[in-house]
Design a protein around this ligand. Structure first.
Ligand SMILES: C[S@@+](CC[C@H](N)C(=O)[O-])C[C@H]1O[C@@H](n2cnc3c(N)ncnc32)[C@H](O)[C@@H]1O
Length: 226
C-alpha cells in the first residue's frame, strides 16, 4: 500500500465513523479524554496565552467551543464534512471550514493566529510533514503550535520502535466504530525532528499521566515558530 492509499484510508475511516465519534466525544465515553487529555490540552493552550487559535482536525468542535467559552477567537478546520456540520450546528457563531490537510498545505487560509492546536488529529506521513511545514504561514511571529498525540512509548506496543505505518484498531471503543485506518507511528525523536525541520523550536514536552494506569495518556508538544 502506498502512502497516498494510507492517507486516503484515514479520511474514509473518519467519514465512516463520524456518527459514533460525535457520540463518544459528546457523551464523554473516552476515559483518557475525560480524566486527562482534554484538560491537559486546554492547560497547554492556556500556558501560551493566545487570543486566537486555529484547531486543525477539529472534529465535532469541542475544543473550539471550549476556547470560545474562554473568550478566545477560534477557527476549526477538518476534512470530514459531517463532523464539520456537527461543529457548526453546536456552535452557529463559530467558524468551521471543511478542508483536508493536503489542500490546507497547498494554500493555507488567509489567517494569522497566535496558536495552532492539533488534538489527536495527526495520523499521516508525508502529508503531515507538508502540513506542519505550512503552519508558520498561518502563525503570527512567535506563535505556538500545540500537538497532543498518542505517546510513542505506550502506542508502540511490541512492534520495533521505528517510524512506519501501523494497522489501526478501535479496541476499547464502542462497537459502532468500524474500518479502522492505518496510522503513521513516530518515535519521540522523530516528532522533535519533524518540528525542528519545519521551522519550530520545541518549548515544552509534556507526558500527562493517566491516573488509573500510571502510564502517559499522551505526548503533548508545545513548539514556537522561529
Ligand atoms: C481523533 S479525531 C480528533 C478530533 C478533535 N481534534 C478532537 O479532539 O475531538 C481526528 C480528526 O482528524 C481529522 N483528520 C484526519 N486526517 C485529516 C486530514 N488529512 N485532513 C483534515 N482532517 C483530518 C478527522 O476528520 C478527525 O476529525
Amino acid at each position: 500500500m502506498t502512502d497516498d492509499d494510507s492517507e486516503a484510508l484515514i479520511l474514509s475511516s473518519w467519514q465512516a465513523n463520524a456518527g459514533p465519534w460525535i457520540t463518544a466525544v459528546r457523551e464523554a465515553q473516552i476515559e483518557s479524554r475525560r480524566l486527562v487529555t482534554d484538560s491537559a490540552m486546554l492547560a497547554a493552550i492556556d500556558a501560551c496565552r493566545p487570543h486566537s487559535v486555529l484547531d486543525l482536525g477539529c472534529g465535532e468542535g469541542w475544543l473550539c467551543r471550549a476556547l470560545h467559552g474562554r473568550g478566545l477567537r477560534a477557527w476549526g478546520v477538518d476534512a470530514t464534512a459531517s463532523l464539520v456540520d456537527a461543529a457548526r450546528q453546536a456552535d452557529p457563531a463559530g467558524d468551521y471550514q471543511c478542508l483536508d490537510y493536503a489542500a490546507f498545505s497547498q494554500q493555507p487560509p488567509a489567517l494569522q493566529v497566535d496558536l495552532v492546536a492539533c488534538n489527536f488529529s495527526l495520523f499521516g506521513a508525508e502529508e503531515l510533514e507538508r502540513l506542519i511545514a505550512s503552519l508558520p504561514r498561518v502563525l503570527k511571529r512567535d506563535g505556538h503550535l500545540v500537538i497532543q498525540t498518542l505517546h510513542p512509548h505506550v502506542a508502540c506496543g511490541d512492534a520495533p520502535y521505528t517510524d512506519g505505518w501501523r494497522e489501526g484498531s478501535w479496541t476499547g471503543f464502542d462497537a459502532a466504530f468500524r474500518d479502522p485506518a492505518p496510522w503513521y507511528f513516530r518515535t519521540l525523536e522523530s516528532w522533535v525532528t519533524l518540528l525542528e525541520d519545519s521551522g519550530f523550536l520545541l518549548d515544552r514536552l509534556g507526558e500527562p499521566l493517566h491516573p488509573l494506569t500510571g502510564k502517559p495518556a499522551s505526548l503533548l508538544l508545545t513548539a514556537r515558530a522561529t
